[in-house]
Ligand binder design. Structure first.
Ligand code: UFG
Length: 336
């Protein structure tokens, strides 16, 4: 039978899509999530959900043993840049310290493979674009630092112990499962495509454009938007690589290697919805680099991963379809 995989944070946005990819590929999945930002209903019923915290080492040890876990995909953590500036210790606790506890418990249980959810925020203000994994990592906020410290901790642990790992550095993750099984469900939207999807279904009257005087072609920030299902399949391929090649330790960018400006995204939203959502030009948002685009040659040459959803309008359409389902769910709950 296939190895059992533990997915921490599997009730969250990206984690729940990785769970779908694992289940669809035939792996038995155990989800560990404290449900502080995740949702129990986002976990596919084919998986086993355990509600608990990754820093609870006694409980984690029991779960690893009871379910004969062979590998861990580690998504659990806090992800809001602005919050990390206001409450940095929460980020060092939830991301760095909790990960240290998880890795220690995993090593004691004999786990040999760990995949880590990292971020392009580890680069800070990148000196080049597209950005390769070898670029200097100089994060500009506590969120990025808390993730980079975890990467470094994992690399050290992998050198000292029989463990291999892969840190996947995500660029701008967007969209939703094309079959409508999961999506971005958080109540507080900060991401551009999530905000646009809310506007598309009438939850917002307008979209603010944060800064139009950047040194880019149209003056707005450029990002590498990657469909969440492609990101999930990257995790599956990385996991299979770790299980096949024991000495392999990887750090891989996850992006398509092309960028769209905020205005290009909003134009695409208007094409998908067939109407013009009002835009208001606003001040720059603190901490936004002008351009973040992945150099994705490493992942393309290391893994058999190939993007299947590299289409901005399809990403937006999937995000809007999920937003529609979420609204129906909220209406159903309000009526019940
Ligand atoms: N933006 C707007 N209006 C909005 C929301 C966003 O103009 O209402 C702009 C932002 O200023 C930025 C772009 O759209 O230029 C994308 O912003 P997002 O908030 O969607 O994503 P970020 O690029 O800020 O964040 C992503 C990840 C973070 C990670 C960061 C790395 O979501 O986790 O990249 O810098 F830290």
């Amino acid at each position: 039978s296939r190895p059992h995989i533990l997915v921490t944070g599997g009730a969250g946005y990206i984690g729940s899509h990785a769970v779908l990819a694992l289940l669809d590929a035939g792996y038995p999945v155990i989800v560990l999530d404290n449900l502080i930002t995740g949702f129990d209903w986002a976990v596919d019923p084919r998986a086993t959900l355990i509600v608990g915290d990754i820093a609870d080492s006694g409980m984690v040890a029991e779960v690893l043993h009871a379910h004969d876990i062979q590998a861990i995909m580690h998504f659990a953590g806090s992800i809001l840049v602005a919050e990390s500036v206001a409450d940095p210790l929460k980020y060092y606790r939830n991301n760095t310290a909790a990960s240290a506890s998880l890795v220690e418990t995993a090593l004691k249980a004999g786990i040999r493979h760990l995949l880590f959810s990292s971020t392009a925020a580890t680069y800070g203000q990148p000196p080049v674009s597209p950005i390769p994994e070898t670029a200097p990592t100089v994060p500009i906020n506590p969120y990025g630092r808390s993730k980079l410290m975890t990467e470094q901790m994992l690399a050290d642990a992998a050198r000292a112990h029989p463990l291999n790992h892969c840190a996947l550095r995500y660029f701008n993750v967007a969209g939703a499962d094309p079959h409508g099984r999961s999506g971005q469900s958080s109540a507080v939207a900060t991401h551009l495509i999530k905000i646009a999807a809310e506007a598309a279904i009438g939850l917002r009257d307008q979209i603010a454009v944060f800064g139009s005087d950047y040194p880019t072609a149209d003056g707005t920030c450029v990002r590498d938007y990657i469909h969440v299902s492609d990101l999930a399949s990257a995790h599956l391929h990385a996991l299979e690589r770790l299980m096949a090649v024991p000495d392999e330790n990887l750090v891989l960018n996850c992006g398509y290697g092309r960028g769209f400006s905020v205005l290009e995204v909003l134009d695409a939203v208007d094409r998908v919805t067939g109407r013009a959502i009002p835009r208001v030009m606003a001040d720059r948002r603190p901490g936004d680099p002008p351009e973040l685009v992945a150099d994705n040659r490493a992942i393309l040459s290391t893994l058999p991963w190939r993007p299947a959803h590299d289409d901005l309008e399809a990403i937006i359409a999937d995000a809007i379809a999920w937003e529609t389902r979420l609204a129906a769910r909220r209406a159903g709950r309000a009526a019940a």
